[in-house]
Design a binder for this molecule. Structure first.
Ligand code: AVJ
Length: 321
């Protein structure tokens, strides 16, 4: 069965480190070099992401939160009584409160996140506020498998995937993930997904390159993490943060650009960088209502309702299997 956060054993931490090491070495051996954005979220990275959300430029979180607040009653109406709310990549679980408040008949909340620190903090803050809700955090990489604790077997499950994290995946991976959720939830299931929308390029670029450099610190933190956890020797200050708009693929890309020719060593392996060479660290796809519906349809989901905010456009989609 699935392992709950409170059962986190050293063996699981070691499995996490092994996966991080394997993926890092593979990413540094690839051409162009690339990392998975899931490794941004150690304790410091999760805190930096929270700080990004406070910058004036990063509109997605506050825009989605305001949208969710206004549509919470409509979303709650789609949640069957006694249901389990399963959240993918729950982080601080701040937006979740809007759903928990609007749907008091929920019997359990299962936040799934790769960061034990973020999960722990969220559960500690939520428990006193929702004493009759079973809160069962799961430390897991939801791209590897989606599971609900055995104790909740047989209850209807509504999946919640806010934050436009779906945009961090290549379209084929996003379809695969949404298909996996559909298979896990079964026929008639509901899936609430937040998906950021295409907008003016200057607004997008500023959101991923804020003036205070919080996003730059978030991007570079993955090198700090490699140095600490994998015995790396990256000269973190010799990598510059880059955010670029890839129009052909409708996505913001983040890169770390080596400002000089240099060599970095990770776990005894040497990796050479030319001056100007980059590590591709993240994609953040931006959708239209049509492009998102097409993606969902490929995974077997229909759009039952959708809400797109005015101002910076952000979409919340209620999907039905
Ligand atoms: C919330 C994970 C989707 O892609 O906008 C924020 C992460 N990266 N700034 C996003 C992020 C750079 C964020 N996600």
């Amino acid at each position: 069965g699935v392992r709950l956060a409170r059962d986190l054993a050293p063996v699981q931490e070691d499995e996490g480190r092994q996966a991080f090491l394997r993926d890092t070495l593979a990413g540094l051996s690839a051409s162009p070099k690339a990392f998975s954005p899931k490794y941004f979220y150690d304790g410091a990275g999760s805190a930096l992401f929270e700080a990004i959300c406070e910058t004036p430029e990063y509109y997605p979180t506050r825009t989605e939160t305001a949208l969710l607040a206004s549509i919470a009653p409509a979303l709650a109406a789609a949640i069957p009584p006694g249901a389990v709310l399963l959240e993918l990549g729950s982080g601080a679980s701040d937006k979740t409160r809007l759903l928990l408040d609007a749907a008091p008949s929920l019997s359990a909340y299962v936040p799934v996140d790769i960061s034990p620190d973020a999960l722990q903090g969220a559960a500690e803050r939520l428990r006193p506020a929702y004493p009759s809700l079973a809160i069962m955090p799961v430390v897991a990489d939801f791209t590897v498998g989606i599971e609900v604790p055995d104790a909740l077997a047989g209850k209807p499950v509504v999946a919640f995937f806010p934050g436009s994290t779906i945009g961090n995946f290549e379209p084929a991976e996003a379809v695969e993930l949404m298909r996996a959720v559909r298979r896990r939830l079964g026929p008639g299931a509901r899936f609430i997904v937040g998906a950021d929308q295409v907008k003016a390029v200057d607004v997008l670029l500023a959101a991923y390159d804020d003036a205070d450099g919080v996003t730059a610190a978030f991007n570079r933190n993955v090198l700090v993490r490699i140095n600490r956890e994998l015995g790396g020797d990256f000269d973190v200050g010799a990598f510059a943060h880059r955010a670029v708009w890839n129009a052909a693929r409708s996505r913001i890309e983040m890169h770390l650009e080596s400002t000089v020719a240099q060599t970095a060593t990770v776990a005894g392996q040497r990796f050479d960088f030319a001056a100007g060479e980059t590590i591709h660290t993240e994609n953040s796809h931006k959708f239209t209502p049509e492009s998102f519906a097409a993606l969902a349809a490929e995974a077997g989901w229909g759009v039952e309702q959708q809400w797109i905010s005015e101002g910076p456009a952000f979409g919340v989609f209620l999907l039905r299997a």
